[in-house]
Design a protein around this ligand. Structure first.
Ligand code: FAD
Length: 287
């Protein structure tokens, strides 16, 4: 199933998850138990990340996306980055996706890795979108950044670049995580002014431990509203309370987003079935 079709039902908020493959040093089967539990929650689809910097090859992403779809019966989306790939690398990855029945791709530029010379065949995600669209047969999604991408000069430039990505073939967008819904609503307004009118899913990351907060802020630069930091500070030395507070914060964000007519919610599950289940139970009647 092409996931863009999910957004045609305007009365229903799309609800999807993101998972990641295990490290190369662990057997791939090591995540299957958790994936089975996550799939049992029956989200509309699950996306599978691609190793940072294009490392680790695409095979684990492909294998897990295939297992989710054919083994656990949930539609899947394979992430694919391009900045460290040649055209031939991308061709062979697309062929593998096709052979494994994967119909949906989240087309990304990926990050530059210190010490790794980029391949120069694809400079931006929009070029990858255009390339995949020309090959045909795949539904293409793209990433977007409610608070702007870290490298963008300003929000206007970032939105104009996003428009290029949509014009190049991305028919649905998934957002970077954020903790302040107002910044998301302002972003949606800028998108509509720029006449970008594809469906957008809001990326929600339930923060359940202290290390995760620190890592996230340094990696993606999401701003932390004082409401959020106060909750996290209060419970930072009580792991179970912090986890419950993180789940409650994410649920509150989701309820507000649904009430404001969001197209979809994309939950960064961090491969944690317990957290995914608690959130799904809290919001499934609202979608
Ligand atoms: P682009 O859309 O190419 O944008 C990158 C930068 O270039 C932006 O600043 C943009 O404004 C600018 N730009 C774009 N087009 C042009 C143009 N034509 N001219 C000039 N400037 C331009 N990374 C992974 O390694 N693996 C993953 O699985 C993964 N999954 C992700 C999932 C989501 C939902 C998100 C939001 C991010 C994910 N990332 C992943 C991270 C992503 O690879 C990085 O954020 C990367 O820095 C940008 O990728 P992009 O596809 O958004 O790039």
């Amino acid at each position: 199933m092409k996931i863009t079709s999910l957004f045609e039902n305007k009365g229903k908020t799309v609800f999807s998850f993101e998972v990641f493959p295990p490290k190369k040093t662990s057997p791939i089967e090591s995540v299957y138990g958790k994936l089975e539990e996550i799939c049992a929650l029956k989200p509309d689809f699950i996306s599978v990340t691609y190793g940072a910097g294009g490392t680790g090859g695409h095979s684990r992403t492909c294998e897990i996306a295939s297992k989710i779809k054919h083994g656990f019966g949930v539609e899947s989306v394979a992430h694919l980055t391009c900045v460290n790939s040649s055209r031939a690398d991308i061709d062979s990855t697309l062929e593998d996706f096709r052979e494994n029945g994967i119909e949906n791709i989240l087309a990304l530029r990926g990050d530059f890795v210190p010490g790794v010379e980029p391949k120069h065949d694809f400079r931006y995600a929009s070029e990858l979108c255009e390339y995949i669209a020309k090959k045909g047969g795949f539904d293409i999604a793209g990433a977007c950044y409610p608070e702007g991408h870290v490298e963008a000069k300003d929000e206007v430039e970032d939105i104009l670049n996003l428009k290029k990505k949509v014009d190049a073939g991305a028919s649905h967008l998934i957002s970077q995580l954020f903790f302040d819904n107002d910044s998301y609503y302002r972003f949606i307004e800028r998108m509509r002014i720029a006449e970008i009118d594809v469906p957008v899913e809001a990326g929600i990351m339930p923060v359940t431990n202290k290390a995760q907060i620190e890592r996230m802020v340094s990696l993606c630069g999401a701003s932390l509203p004082s409401k959020f930091t106060k909750v996290m500070q209060r419970y930072e030395n009580r792991p179970e309370a912090l986890r419950d507070a993180g789940i409650a914060y994410a649920v509150e964000q989701i309820v507000d987003l649904i009430a404001n007519g969001v197209d979809g919610i994309h939950l960064y599950t961090m491969n944690n079935p317990y957290v995914a289940r608690r959130i799904t139970e809290a919001v499934s009647n609202l979608l």
